[in-house]
Design a protein around this ligand. Structure first.
Ligand code: GLU
Length: 376
C-alpha cells in the first residue's frame, strides 16, 4: 500500500483545508497560535518550492460566537451569520499576520455555493484566484456565511474546499481535521479499528465505513469528507485526510504520518478539458480566421482580433464551438463575453476593449485555460 501513496512533493497546486476545531480553542475562544504558525511555516516551505498553495479556512463562526457570547450548542442560521460577520474579520487578520510572519501575502476570498456552481460567477472567482496565485499571494478562502441563505450555503468547508480545488485545477486537496483519516469501523467504538491508508475509489463499502448509509449521522464529520473526495477525485484531484492535531501537519504528511489518501485516475487538466469539451452543451459558435486557428494550435488564447462572426444566444461563461474558416470545428471553449459584447468586439484589437465596451474586460475572447482543441 505504501508504494501507492503519492509524495507531497510531487504536487504543484495544493489546497489546504483547515477545520475550526484545529484553529480555534473553543474553551478560550482564541486561535491556537503556535499550531497556526507551524502550519504557516509548512505552507511557506511548499510555496518557496514554487508550488501554489491555497487555504480554505473555517473558524469564523467559532471565533465570532465567542466574541458575541452566544450560548454553546447549535446556533440559528442568522446567529451563525452574525457570528461569522464578527469572526471573519478576526480570522482574516490572523491569517494575514501569521502568513506575513513567514514572508507570505494573504488574500481573502469569500465564496458562496453559486460562485463555484454557476457558470459565469465561477469564471470570475476562478480568474481572480488564479491572478492571486500568479502574483504569488496565498488565497485564504471561506464561505461568505453572512450573505449565504440556507439554500445557497455549503454549510461545510469540506465540500467548499473540494469545489475550490477542482475550480482551480489543483492536483491535491489536503483536509486537516481532528481525525487521522478513514477507519474501517468507528475508532471510538472499536479499539481494533484500522486506518485505511489508500482508497482507490469511493465505493458503497467506503461510504458505509464513513457512516453515510442508514442513520444519516456523520461519524467524525466523515460524511462531508467523503462527499469532498467524490468531487475531487472525479475532477482529477487527489485528496488526503490527515490529523491536524500535531504541529507542522503538512510536514507530518510528507513524512508519511497517519492519513487516508483518496486517489484519482485522472489529472485535473485533462478532467477539466473533458468537462469543457464533452459535458457542456454548446450555446453557440465563434468563427475565427486562419491566423487565429494557427495561434490556438500554438497554445495561445483566442483574442477578439481573430474572431470573424459569432452565433447563438450565449452568456459569459457558456461553452461555444470554435469554427475555422472552412466551418470545421477547431475546438470548444468558455467564452469571456455575453453575445452582445462579443459581437461588438469582433475583429478588434484587445487594447480597444475598454473604449468599445466602456469597461475593462478580459483581453481574451476565450482564455487558453478555458479552451480545448480537437484531438486534445
Ligand atoms: N464557514 C464556517 C466558518 O468559518 C465553517 C464551516 C465548516 O467548518 O465546515 O466558521
Amino acid at each position: 500500500m505504501a508504494a501507492l501513496m503519492p509524495k507531497l512533493a510531487s504536487f504543484r497546486r495544493i489546497v489546504v483545508k483547515v477545520g475550526s476545531s484545529l484553529l480555534v480553542d473553543a474553551q478560550a475562544g482564541r486561535v491556537k497560535e503556535a499550531w497556526l504558525s507551524s502550519l504557516a511555516a509548512d505552507i511557506a516551505k511548499l510555496h518557496g518550492e514554487k508550488r501554489d498553495v491555497l487555504v480554505v479556512s473555517s473558524g469564523a463562526i467559532a471565533l465570532g460566537r465567542n466574541v458575541l457570547k452566544l450560548p454553546m450548542g447549535a446556533l440559528k442560521l442568522e446567529e451563525s451569520q452574525a457570528a461569522a460577520a464578527v469572526g471573519q474579520i478576526v480570522l482574516a487578520r490572523i491569517w494575514t499576520e501569521t502568513l506575513a510572519a513567514k514572508g507570505l501575502t494573504a488574500g481573502q476570498v469569500l465564496l458562496t455555493l453559486g460562485d463555484t456552481e454557476e457558470r459565469r460567477r465561477y469564471l470570475n472567482a476562478r480568474s481572480t484566484i488564479a491572478k492571486l496565485l500568479e502574483l504569488r499571494a496565498v488565497p485564504v478562502i471561506n464561505e461568505n456565511d453572512t450573505v449565504a441563505t440556507s439554500e445557497i450555503r455549503y454549510g461545510d468547508n469540506d465540500r467548499l474546499a473540494a469545489r475550490v480545488a477542482t475550480m482551480l485545477s489543483a492536483d491535491l486537496l489536503v483536509l486537516l481535521s481532528d481525525v487521522d483519516g478513514l477507519y474501517d469501523t468507528p475508532p471510538h467504538e472499536n479499539p481494533k479499528a484500522k486506518l485505511i491508508p489508500v482508497v482507490q475509489r469511493v465505493t458503497a463499502e467506503i461510504e458505509a465505513m464513513a457512516g453515510m448509509a442508514g442513520s444519516g449521522l456523520s461519524r467524525g464529520g466523515m460524511r462531508t469528507k467523503i462527499e469532498a473526495a467524490k468531487i475531487a477525485t472525479a475532477a482529477g484531484t487527489h485528496m488526503v485526510i490527515a490529523s491536524g492535531r500535531t504541529l507542522h501537519p503538512l510536514r507530518a504528511i510528507a513524512d508519511g504520518g497517519p492519513s487516508t489518501w483518496f486517489l484519482t485516475p485522472a489529472n485535473p487538466v485533462t478532467a477539466r478539458k473533458k468537462w469543457i469539451g464533452g459535458s457542456l452543451e454548446p450555446k453557440g459558435a465563434i468563427h475565427i480566421d486562419a491566423g487565429a486557428v494557427a495561434a490556438l494550435r500554438r497554445g495561445k488564447s483566442l483574442l477578439p482580433a481573430g474572431v470573424v462572426r459569432v452565433e447563438g444566444a450565449f452568456a459569459r461563461g457558456d461553452a461555444l464551438v470554435i469554427r475555422g474558416p472552412d466551418g470545421g470545428e477547431v475546438g470548444r471553449g468558455l467564452v469571456a463575453y455575453d453575445r452582445d459584447d462579443a459581437e461588438r468586439l469582433i475583429g478588434q484589437n484587445s487594447e480597444r476593449i475598454e473604449a468599445i465596451l466602456g469597461y475593462r474586460g478580459r483581453s481574451e475572447m476565450v482564455h487558453r485555460d478555458d479552451l480545448v482543441l480537437g484531438g486534445e
